[in-house]
Design a protein around this ligand. Structure first.
Ligand code: ADP
Length: 395
């Protein structure tokens, strides 16, 4: 296949997600996931030319997983790999765009680990393994936070003593930037509006969820903050709660900070409300069968999403469209219609048939002709990371 090939890597503490992206094709020739790395049941799942494969990686480290990957990447890229793009969660306030992974850059990512103690060190494990195995290839970091560095200070500052911001980096950063950037550009493309003169509200709804106000191609506000816990109800994250909740739980139940963090990040959200699952599909099925807790979880999710979108609209001079993306946003027509039901002043009339049709990767407009525009746009973070990597290769 002609065109340059970029390997996109998303490394977690015990996993490596990867995709080989060719600049001329929307299909990934190779993609997969190495999971449970470091344990006896480590496993590598991958798809090559549409065929699925699985193999045990018994006890493999990240580096060993990369070594297994190497010949596959060689084959899928016909020996012609041009660069590697690594997803890094937190770039702090330092990185406003993707950047080449040099030693000084790695130091700054390490320093930002205080803001993302789970994610940044995990991302760097993948970076180190990949730099050792591909020392001659240009490699880049693409940050979840970078797209939101255009937020004005009245959107990113918390109302806390200034010294916490100036000396301790306490501010709102936002995440899912790669997705919000990709989707807002795609929305402009679909509607024939210039990116640099278009205004969008984006709802990225997956296991983690966030909203974003995008004006002329730039993020002006987003619902996640210092960490990805702020904002919407998510699969297992509470989203916004009264900041005094932590004190209250400590006083009344004796919980320490570690316990409170675990509860709010891993046991709350859709899972906490329903007591059943963090997975929207499971909850929609349970709700259809009369499960009241599942029904409540969905209702809270949609109401809180609508509230967030309404508040995000403060960042827009006008609204060219509301865009749904992510696993839930791309598939759950009921979530879309319920959320819009809570936004009566947005002047939206849904095209119910289009709403039901735009699932499983189908993009399109789901609003009626005379309505405020609503779109479904499947996200493609791997592609966006590859696009940014290619742009840096060309720079
Ligand atoms: P991640 O944030 O991990 O990338 P995804 O974007 O894949 O997650 O989204 C996962 C969510 O999408 C889950 O809650 C899942 O139930 C939901 N989802 C996927 N397919 C459907 C569907 N057909 N209907 C409703 N929800 C769906």
């Amino acid at each position: 296949m002609s065109g340059r090939n970029i390997l996109v890597i998303n490394s977690g503490s015990s996993s490596v997600k990867f995709a080989l992206v060719n600049e001329n094709s929307d299909e990934f020739p190779l993609q997969g996931l190495a999971e449970r790395l470091g344990s006896d049941d480590a496993v590598l799942n991958w798809t090559f030319e549409g065929e699925k494969h699985v193999t045990s990686l018994h006890g493999a480290t990240h580096k060993e997983a990369f070594e297994r990957l190497l010949p596959m990447v060689q084959k899928a890229s016909h020996g012609s790999l041009h660069g590697i793009g690594h997803r890094i969660v937190h770039g702090g306030a330092h990185f406003t765009k993707a950047t080449q992974l040099r030693p000084d850059v790695i130091e700054v990512i390490e320093a930002a680990a205080v803001l993302a103690p789970l994610h940044n060190p995990a991302g760097l494990i993948g970076v180190q393994a990949s730099l050792e195995l591909y020392p001659d290839l240009p490699q880049f970091a693409v940050f979840d936070t970078a797209f939101h560095q255009t937020m004005p200070d009245h959107a990113f500052r918390y109302a806390v003593p200034e010294v916490l911001y100036t000396d301790h980096h306490v501010r709102r950063y936002g995440f899912h930037g790669t997705s919000h950037m990709y989707v807002s550009r795609k929305a402009a493309e679909i509607t024939n509006l210039p990116v640099e003169d278009s205004c969008w509200l984006i709802a990225h709804l997956g296991n983690g969820s966030s909203t974003c106000a995008v004006v002329n191609g730039e993020s002006r506000d987003t619902s996640m903050g210092l960490t990805p816990l702020e904002g919407l109800v998510m699969g297992t994250r509470s989203g916004d709660v009264d900041p005094s909740l932590a004190n209250h739980l400590n006083r009344t139940l004796g919980w320490d900070l570690a316990k409170i963090e675990t509860v709010l990040t891993k046991e709350s959200g859709l899972l906490g409300l329903s007591g059943l699952s963090n997975d929207m599909r499971t909850l929609l099925e349970a709700s259809a069968q009369g499960n009241e807790k599942a029904t409540l979880a969905i209702e809270v999710f949609c109401y809180r999403l609508a509230k967030s979108l309404a508040s995000m609209s403060c960042a827009l001079p006008r609204l060219d469209g509301l865009v749904f993306t992510g696993g839930i946003g791309e598939n759950a027509d009921i979530v879309r219609s319920k959320t819009i039901g809570y936004l009566p002043f947005f002047n939206i009339t849904l095209d119910e048939e289009a709403n039901q049709r735009c699932v499983r990767g189908v993009a399109g407009q789901i609003s009626a002709a005379n309505s405020t525009r609503v779109l479904v746009v499947p996200t493609n973070e791997e592609r966006q990371i590859a696009v940014e990597t290619l742009a840096l290769l060309d720079a």
